[in-house]
Design a protein around this ligand. Structure first.
Ligand code: CIR
Length: 260
């Protein structure tokens, strides 16, 4: 898996009016749809600027959190695995995503079934392995099913812990290249990235860690100047995207796309 950040395609979904009803751990304000749409358009433009084809799906009002498409599928080079979100209100998003993914993967589609649950936000695919965080949304059964399916396609999977009170494993980390991970010190301290090159986000910039590497770009939330400067100095081409509205729903850069 050396092409962990080389992508020809992405799938996104526009946020809808129902975004105001999206799940959140704490109420820090109502997301503003117009601002979110503007940021979403900038995000899609950044993906497209790398030469990738981006399919933008229409808003799904029945599913307030459906803009966070990452949680519905794991797209690997050889196969796509549909997730089974631990948030019951989100489970219907998976069937809505299937046709768009099938258009690329055809029959190379597998699925996680009940009672296991797993969300894409808990999965970090590195150049060596698939790391999956056990969390309030992702169960041992979900991880075990994923491990079995992934093994058939030659991938090894390792279960790790998503810290208590953190929504997803990738809330606290992002892949910068096959062997390099941007992480919060609290997550890296668990030892889950031992053997990797780890860059820490700056103090008080924990929310910067949920970045994505997409082709030549590192796409990160704006407002974290010290972390952005550190990445720039390390040689990464950083693009910053406004994330104030998604942050109200515990969302960040990785959740807004499926990348393959
Ligand atoms: C949720 O709680 O499911 C959404 N409000 C946020 C999902 C963020 N997804 C992600 O980080 N992969």
């Amino acid at each position: 898996m050396n092409s962990t950040h080389i992508f020809g395609h992405a799938i996104t979904r526009k946020p809808g009016r129902s975004i105001v009803d999206g799940l959140r751990a704490a109420d820090i304000g109502t997301p503003d749809l117009a601002r979110m749409l503007e940021a979403h358009a900038a995000y899609v433009a950044a993906l497209r600027s790398t030469g990738a084809e981006v399919v933008e799906l229409p808003a799904l009002e029945a599913y307030p959190d459906s803009v966070f498409v990452e949680d519905t599928m794991l797209c690997l080079p050889k196969v796509t695995i549909s997730m089974r979100p631990g948030a019951v209100s989100r489970q219907g998003e998976v069937a809505e995503m299937m046709p768009a993914v099938r258009a690329f993967y055809g029959e190379k589609m597998r699925e996680i079934s009940a009672p296991g649950t797993i969300e894409g936000g808990d999965i970090l695919v590195t150049g060596r392995e698939i790391l999956v965080g056990l969390s309030a949304r992702t169960t041992r059964d979900g991880i075990s099913q994923l491990t079995d399916i992934a093994r058939e396609y030659g991938y090894s999977t390792r279960m790790v812990e998503t810290p208590d009170g953190v929504l997803h494993f990738k809330t606290d980390c992002g892949l910068l290249d096959a062997d390099t991970i941007l992480a919060t010190p609290r997550l890296a301290a668990s030892g889950c990235f031992d053997g990797y090159r780890v860059l820490h986000v700056a103090p008080e910039e924990e929310a910067a860690s949920n970045c994505i590497r997409f082709n030549n770009l590192v796409i990160m939330a704006s407002g974290f100047q010290r972390t952005a400067a550190m990445l720039d100095a390390a040689g990464y081409q950083v693009v910053e995207i406004e994330n104030s509205e998604c942050a109200k729903l515990d969302g960040g850069m990785s959740c807004l796309s499926l990348r393959f």
